[in-house]
Write a new protein. Structure first.
Lengths: 161, 577
């Protein structure tokens, strides 16, 4: 992993608050990811130093849960639902359309760092299947065309910004 | 005085409720915000309540809301063309709502609305005049069983935690709703968080706990937000903190966001995760009631279980036990989805048949296709075929046909759903979610997935069905927790009821549902094709050629079997074989 140029002071407050509370590792990692958008290696090292938790254990927890990422993501995180209802209603076609539109596959980020695609197990919006969530906003009843349209609108908005 | 309500659950937002809300604001109309009433199929949903009663408008958008406001709200003339049909409304009317009694009716961000509907009277009744044993007796009479899926009697768990002598004790709410295809807990937390929190308080009082923790999926930001608001309001109202309602009992609640691991629905894994560890299950016994969170007595119940508790205390155990069957009392909430016409939240008395839920409430199958079966219990459950749809909703009856009640995911499948692919889908899920502790679960599910993948690719071997059965039984018998213990269920139940589909894939290299890509081909019917060119323009692989007004053709070598052409064709001219 490349050396990250990040400001490690940003997590001082998080560590000050949570380090003394036993069992807070998951919460600390969540707060850290909220700050940086991912879990930079340097931040993990610092968490190990401050909390006294072994780096191996921190890595173990960070890689156990699907929420945690060790790589930065694009400005927009496209979480494509692969739940049962979405699966039987054609989420695979939506995935194909998104991959084709953005020229990436699951887990990758576009070259312009605008989009990251991540397949997720279930967003819980099963009546609107197939569905996806982009930066917290849910889009339902997708068709391949509709999914492409949504991505293009974001691209347009970003180009004009 | 007329009032306008708008449903603002995740489904509502996803369907465009924000635009409707914005339009209302622009028009200077103040709308009452509620959670999800459960008619997800008709979102965004707006309800106008006037002296004549309540009128539901479905699939509202920023234009139709203007008409509703001008005509109905301001002039008292309902807009008939925008109203939900009697059929659609039947979805709600045919339900019996206990856990969901306030969903879609109250503003989930206002504790006073919950109180106005009888909220926090149950905890008051308990604190002012019931011993923990008396509460346990009511729970025993009610017959409430764990709604997370296993169906363990709630009173029994509470009693075990109460009898534990060590302190402190913890009451924990399992809101790590991980089954793909289930959203009951999300909707309940988003729409009526207080009923769950009041249920936790009652449970906490009974077992002698002063601290409650909600373990909520991180994928449910709105539920977490509304729980935070609710807990804040409880604290202000003196329902949390020291000496609650003058009882001398102290209690507080906090939220812990999960980090995305299906196995954390298993209670010992959930405890490990709460402690900041990898969410891996531990050996039982000792049970959490003796040694749970930080090795202290802990009681864990599901969201819906807690949601039923205040009603049971207020109305009595007998009233609850009147509903349901001999061994499964009360109601159950289902998340009806898949190929059903009307999907959403359904709460029905136990004992109703699956067919009644799917057809009477769900309205049957989309596009009037033939139903193939229904999947209950998500990755731990099984598929029940059409011929067994008259099975009543009952923990033991459903288990007898090879599925489980589960937490309430009910996915309806039609003739276009390939059952081998569904089995592969669930195995893909459990294989990824296996925590890796037990060898049979970690490696066995992977091997099962590989076999299923090769079957769906048309490379299955004649011995595969027997091998899947053998592997499945071994994994079930050699896994520590319920994830591995139930992971093979979707495969075993589809082999049991849809063996012919497995055989078609393996022996004839054919997918009867026309779903497995490697086993199908697309072609265009020359007689039906009008040469409109739409499919050719929409084909992402440029596999369709032809000139305007002349029949088109598909190049099977270029075709990626994405199915776009079938979706866009208005003349039903694309054949899949």
């Amino acid at each position: 992993m490349a050396k990250d140029s990040i400001d490690l002071k940003l997590i001082d407050a998080v560590l000050e608050h949570y380090a003394p509370i036993a069992g807070s590792l998951v919460t600390i990692l969540q707060k850290t990811q909220e700050i940086y958008g991912y879990l930079p290696l340097d931040a993990l090292t610092k968490i190990a130093e401050v909390t006294g938790i072994a780096p191996a254990k921190i890595m173990g927890v960070a890689t156990f849960y699907t929420q945690f990422r060790l790589q930065p993501i694009g400005k927009y995180l496209v979480m494509l639902c692969q739940g049962t209802a979405c699966h039987v209603n054609g989420s695979e076609q939506i995935e194909n359309a998104i991959c084709d539109e953005l020229n990436i596959v699951d887990g990758q980020t576009t070259e312009d760092n605008l989009f990251t695609l991540k397949n997720v197990a279930c967003l819980g919006c099963c009546s609107l299947a197939p569905a996806m969530m982009i930066n917290g906003e849910v889009y339902g009843s997708l068709t391949p065309d509709k999914a492409r349209q949504i991505l293009r609108e974001i691209q347009k908005k970003e180009a004009n910004a | 005085m007329s009032e306008i309500k708008i449903g603002l659950g995740s489904c509502g937002f996803a369907a465009g409720a924000q635009a409707v809300l914005d339009t209302l604001k622009e028009m200077g109309v103040s709308a009452k915000q509620t959670g999800c009433i459960g008619m997800c199929f008709a979102e965004p949903l707006v309800e106008v309540v006037d002296d004549k009663g309540s009128t539901f408008y479905g699939r509202v958008n920023k234009n139709s809301i203007k008409e509703i406001v001008e005509s109905h709200l301001k002039n008292g003339v309902p807009v008939e063309k925008l109203m939900l049909s009697e059929d659609d409304l039947g979805f709600l009317k045919k339900q019996t709502r206990i856990a969901l009694r306030n969903c879609g009716i109250i503003n989930p961000e206002d504790i006073n609305e919950y109180k106005a509907r009888g909220g926090y009277q149950a905890i008051e009744k308990v604190l002012k005049g019931m011993t923990p044993d008396e509460v346990i007796e009511v729970m025993k009479t009610s017959g409430l069983r764990g709604r997370g899926g296993a169906g363990f009697p709630t009173w029994f768990k509470w009693n075990a935690a109460k009898q534990a002598t060590d302190t402190p004790k913890y009451i924990i709410c399992n809101a790590d709703e991980g089954d793909p295809g289930a959203f009951m807990d999300r909707s309940l937390l988003e729409s009526d968080p207080h009923t769950v929190l009041e249920g936790m308080m009652i449970g906490g009082y009974v077992i002698g706990s002063n601290e409650g923790i909600l373990y909520v999926r991180a994928e449910y930001p709105l539920a977490i937000k509304r729980l935070e608001i609710a807990i804040g309001q409880m604290r202000e109202a003196g329902l949390l903190g020291k000496n609650i309602l003058g009882s001398g009992w102290d209690f507080d609640l906090r939220i812990k966001a999960g980090a995305g691991a299906f196995v954390c629905g298993e209670e010992t894994a959930l405890i490990a995760s709460l402690e900041g560890e990898r969410g891996m299950p531990r050996l039982k016994p000792p049970f959490p009631a003796q040694k749970g969170y930080w090795q202290k007595p802990s009681n864990i119940n599901n969201v819906e279980t807690f949601g039923n508790v205040p009603w049971i205390i207020s109305n009595g155990g007998e009233a609850y036990a009147k509903l349901g069957t001999e061994k499964s009392k009360g109601t159950k909430v289902f998340a009806l989805a898949g190929k059903t016409k009307r999907g959403g939240l359904v709460e029905v008395p136990m004992g109703l048949t699956l067919r009644e839920v799917i057809f009477n409430i769900g309205g049957g199958i989309k596009n009037d296709k033939a139903i193939k079966g229904v999947q209950l219990g998500g990755p731990s459950g099984g598929c029940i075929p059409e011929k067994l749809l008259d099975t009543p909703i009952d923990y033991d009856e459903i288990a007898a046909v090879g599925a489980i009640m589960g937490s309430g995911g009910m996915i309806v499948m039609d003739e276009t759903t390939c059952m081998v692919d569904i089995a592969r889908f669930f195995l893909d899920f459990t294989q990824k979610e296996s925590c890796g502790k037990c060898i049979h679960c970690r490696i066995g599910t992977k091997r099962m997935l590989e076999i299923l993948e090769r079957i769906t690719k048309g490379e299955g071997k004649e011995t595969d069905i027997a091998l899947l059965g053998e592997l499945g039984e071994t994994i079930k018998g050699s896994s520590l927790c319920a994830l591995g213990g139930s992971a093979p269920n979707p495969v075993l139940s589809t082999i049991r009821y849809f063996r012919d589909e497995y055989e078609a894939h393996i022996l004839e290299k054919r997918c009867p549902a026309h779903s497995c890509k490697a086993l199908i081909n697309y072609s265009i019917d020359k007689d039906k094709c009008t040469g409109c060119t739409l499919c050719a323009r929409k084909c992402p692989a440029n596999a369709i050629s032809g000139t305007a007004k002349n029949p088109h053709t598909v190049d099977p070598d270029l075709c990626t079997r994405c199915g776009n052409c079938v979706t866009v064709c208005r003349f039903n001219a694309v054949n899949v074989e």
